[in-house]
Design a protein around this ligand. Structure first.
Ligand SMILES: *Cc1c(COP(=O)(O)O)cnc(C)c1O
Length: 421
C-alpha cells in the first residue's frame, strides 16, 4: 500500500489558510533522499548531483537542494537566471540544452556554467556566439534501442538528442584543436527507469566510450554525466530502486573500465529530477461533484492544468482518499478535472473507497514534472505550491495564480482595461 506524507487532520488545518487545490512538498523527505544519494556515491571523489531544474523550478526547492550539496541542470535562459538568482553559479550549473538559442549560450558562458553540447553543429555555433570554454561536455546518443536484459527500456535511435559515435570522435578532435582542456561525456537514454540496472549499464557504455575518446582524440576527460532517468514507483506494485545498489553498480563498472585505463580520477555527475523530487510532492484536491452516467465520475477542484502527466502520457498517479486510508476499495471511479478535454482524468476505472463530496484526495508522486508542466487551458489558473517544513509548519513557496496574472500579457493594450476580476 502506498502511503502519503500528509493526513486528513493536517489538510483540514492547511485549508484554513490555503484553499485547495495545491501542490505540497515534503522538506524532510527531500533532504533525506538527497543525503542518501550523496552517501551512495561518496566513493567517487568528484561526485555531484545537478538537479534538473525543469522538474520543479521553484527557488525554495532549489535552495533546499543547494544546502544538500546539489547544483542545477538548466536547459533554458530562464532556468539559468533562476539558478543565478539563488546564488548557484559557475560550474555548479550544468547547461544541457538542445536546439539552443544564441542568447541561452551567451548567458550560460557568462555564468561560467558547464556547457553540454547537443549537436556537432553547435561547436561552431557556440564558438561564433560566445566562444568555446576551456571545459565542455558533449551529449552522446548511441542509436538503436536500449535493453536491460531482454526488455526494451527506450528507443534512443528515435530521440532527437545527442551526437552519434562518429560525431563524438570528430567533435572531440575538433574541440581539442580549439584548445579545450577538460571534457565530459553526457547521455540520457531511458526515462523513469524503475530498475537498478539502468545507471550501471549506461555508466559502462560511457566509461568505454571515454577510454576510446581519450585514446583516439587525446581529449582529457574529467567527468562523466549520467544525467537523469532514475525512476520512481508510481504504481503500488512496483519495487522501489535502491540507490545504494545503483551506486555500487556504477562503481563496479568504474573499477573495471576506468581505473585500469588510468582514469581513476574521473568525476561522476548526475542530473536527476524525478528521483530527487517525485515522491516528495503531492497534489491535494477537494471533491466538488459526483456524476453518474455511463460511468461513475468524481469531479475535483484540480485539473490537468495542475498535473498534466495523466492527460499527456496516460501516466498512473496513485490516489489516496484522506481519512479513508483503511477502507475497502470497492468503488470504481473515473477521477476528473473540469477541462473541456476528455483526457482530463487523473484516474480511469480506479478502485477507491466510497467517495463523498467534500472529501480531500491526495494525488501522489507529483513533486517532479508536476506543477512545472502546467498550463492555462480553458482559462484555468495554476495552483499554489506549499512546503511542509521539517518543523511541521506549512509555508507558501509560490502563490496561486490570479485572473490578473492570466490577463497580464494584454497589459500593453487598452482592450481589457475595464476588466473586472
Ligand atoms: C529532463 C532531464 C533530466 C531529468 O530527468 P528525470 O527523468 O527527471 O530524472 C536530466 N537531464 C536532462 C538533459 C533532461 O532533459
Amino acid at each position: 500500500m502506498k502511503r502519503t506524507f500528509i493526513n486528513k487532520e493536517k489538510v483540514q488545518d492547511i485549508v484554513k489558510t490555503y484553499p485547495t487545490p495545491f501542490h505540497l512538498y515534503d522538506e524532510k523527505g527531500i533532504r533525506e533522499n538527497a543525503r542518501r544519494l550523496n552517501k551512495a556515491f561518496s566513493w567517487n571523489k568528484g561526485y555531484k548531483e545537478y538537479f534538473a531544474v525543469k522538474a520543479t523550478p521553484n527557488p525554495y526547492i532549489l535552495k533546499i537542494l543547494q544546502e544538500e550539496g546539489c547544483g542545477c541542470d538548466c536547459s533554458s535562459y530562464n532556468e539559468l537566471i533562476l539558478s543565478e538568482a539563488i546564488g548557484i553559479k559557475g560550474e555548479e550549473i550544468m547547461f544541457s540544452s538542445n536546439d539552443t538559442p544564441k542568447e541561452d549560450f551567451i548567458k550560460a558562458k557568462e555564468l561560467g556554467a558547464i556547457i553540454n553540447l547537443d549537436d556537432i553543429s553547435h561547436i561552431d555555433f557556440l564558438d561564433e556566439v560566445a566562444g568555446i570554454p576551456k571545459k565542455i561536455c558533449c551529449r552522446y546518443n548511441p542509436g538503436g534501442v536500449f535493453k536491460v536484459s531482454t526488455d526494451i527500456m527506450d528507443n534512443p535511435g528515435d530521440a532527437k538528442y545527442g551526437f552519434t559515435k562518429e560525431q563524438m570522435l570528430e567533435g572531440y578532435k575538433k574541440l581539442v584543436d580549439m584548445g579545450v582542456e577538460e571534457f565530459g561525456i553526457h547521455s540520457f537514454l531511458v526515462s523513469n527507469a524503475v530498475t537498478n540496472e539502468y545507471y550501471p549499464m549506461l555508466a559502462r557504455l560511457l566509461f568505454e566510450l571515454a577510454v576510446e575518446l581519450r585514446d583516439k582524440t587525446g581529449a582529457n576527460i574529467t567527468f562523466i554525466n549520467l544525467s537523469g532517468g532514475i525512476g520512481i514507483p508510481y504504481k503500488p506494485d512496483q519495487e522501489e530502486n535502491d540507490i545504494e545498489v545503483i551506486a555500487q553498480g556504477v562503481k563496479k563498472a568504474y573499477d573495471e573500465v576506468l581505473v585500469p585505463a588510468g582514469m581513476g580520477d574521473v568525476a561522476i555527475y548526475t542530473e536527476l529530477g524525478r528521483y530527487m523530487l517525485g515522491p516528495y510532492g503531492c497534489v491535494v484536491s477537494k471533491v466538488l461533484h459526483e456524476k453518474k452516467t455511463h460511468k461513475d465520475y468524481i469531479g475535483l477542484d484540480a485539473c490537468a492544468v495542475d498535473l498534466m502527466r495523466p492527460a499527456m502520457y496516460g501516466a498512473y498517479h496513485h490516489i489516496t482518499v484522506l481519512g479513508k486510508e483503511e477502507d475497502a476499495c470497492n468503488n470504481l471511479y473515473d477521477v476528473t478535472g473540469s477541462l473541456c478535454e476528455n483526457n482530463d482524468k487523473f484516474a480511469i476505472d480506479r478502485k477507491l473507497p466510497k467517495i463523498d463530496i467534500g472529501d480531500y484526495l491526495v494525488i501522489h508522486d507529483t513533486g517532479a514534472h508536476g506543477y512545472a508542466m502546467g498550463y492555462n487551458y480553458n482559462g484555468k489558473l495554476k495552483s499554489a505550491e506549499l512546503l511542509l517544513q521539517e518543523d511541521g509548519q506549512v509555508k507558501m513557496i509560490r502563490r496561486a495564480e490570479t485572473a490578473k496574472d492570466y490577463f497580464a500579457t494584454f497589459d500593453f493594450s487598452d482592450i481589457l482595461k475595464d476588466i473586472k476580476y
